[in-house]
Design a protein around this ligand. Structure first.
Ligand code: SF4
Length: 273
């Protein structure tokens, strides 16, 4: 099974309980520690230790130095082919396909994923993609709750990353939206600057909206204002609520600024007899 975050760890535990740990392979892509948090690596090791299994790795050949941004800069693109994010392809999909070809040539294994009931589209899409290649899939998070083992049931902590983020993706995930990138701006300026430089080197933005590319640099003024009005960098607030709060606070801030400048009479020019 594929395993890297909280849900997939709980899938591993649930599958091992149902089918026995000896029938489970904990397949993982090790990602450069610059963007994969130490607590995520610890979580994987804690779960493997609990199950008494080794982690099996399907890694990019230079995973210790390759970062999502760097593999994109090397390829001079953020996306490949039909629009798949290039870092996923290089760091995960390609090593995974290679591993399956070498280790499961007859398509005998069942590949287990951690999507849950709130993600029906992702479940269907994943099952279809794998099915088209001849592989079976399973989604234990869709099982009855009584069959699911939660990390909290066995006293394993998912890691500090979940205090801020909803997923244990790379910091500066190239698929993530602006709420994630606001956190990167506030907490990992090194990754923000690398991505900004990547946009210059590649000549295209990571993000786009309905009007076309939107560059990171163009968001800095807004993000600085968000910092000034005290917007907490977090994914723990739903995007809609988060941005509604941002709009409200920024409007207040702009009004206050306008009032300040409207009533600022500069220096006193009349302080002598
Ligand atoms: S988690 Fe995000 S940045 Fe990391 S490989 Fe996947 S798409 Fe790329």
């Amino acid at each position: 099974m594929l395993f890297w975050g909280k849900s997939s760890s709980e899938c591993a535990l649930s599958v091992a309980k149902k089918y026995s740990a000896e029938n489970v392979i904990l397949l993982n892509h090790d990602i450069n520690g610059h963007v994969e948090q130490a607590c995520t690596k610890k979580l994987k090791q804690d779960v493997a230790d609990y199950l008494g299994l080794e982690i099996t790795y399907a890694n990019h050949e230079n995973w210790e130095t390759a970062t999502p941004i760097q593999v994109c800069i090397d390829a001079k693109a953020w996306k490949v082919g039909s629009g798949q994010i290039l870092c996923t392809n290089r760091l995960k999909t390609d090593p995974f396909k290679k591993w399956m070809k070498e280790n499961d040539p007859e398509c005998e294994f069942t590949y287990v994923y951690g999507m849950d009931k709130s993600e029906p589209t992702r479940v269907t899409r994943r099952a279809q993609i794998m099915g088209a290649m001849g592989y079976k899939t399973a989604f234990p998070m869709l099982w009855d709750e009584s069959e699911i083992i939660r990390l909290s049931d066995i006293g394993i902590n998912a890691g500090a990353i979940y205090d801020t983020f909803n997923h244990s993706n790379c910091i500066g995930c190239l698929k993530a939206g602006w709420q994630h990138w606001y956190i990167v701006y506030c907490t990992r300026r090194d990754v923000w600057n690398e991505a900004k430089e990547g946009e210059v080197l590649i000549g295209y933005a990571i993000h786009k909206d309905k009007d076309g590319p939107v560059y990171l640099e163009d968001k800095e003024e807004l993000f600085d204002k968000m910092v000034a009005v005290g917007i907490k960098p977090t994914e723990k607030i739903k995007a809609q609520t988060f941005w509604a709060k941002v709009r409200k606070e920024i409007r207040k801030y702009d009004l206050e600024l306008a009032e300040l400048s409207g009533h600022d009479e500069s220096i006193c020019l009349d302080c002598s007899l």
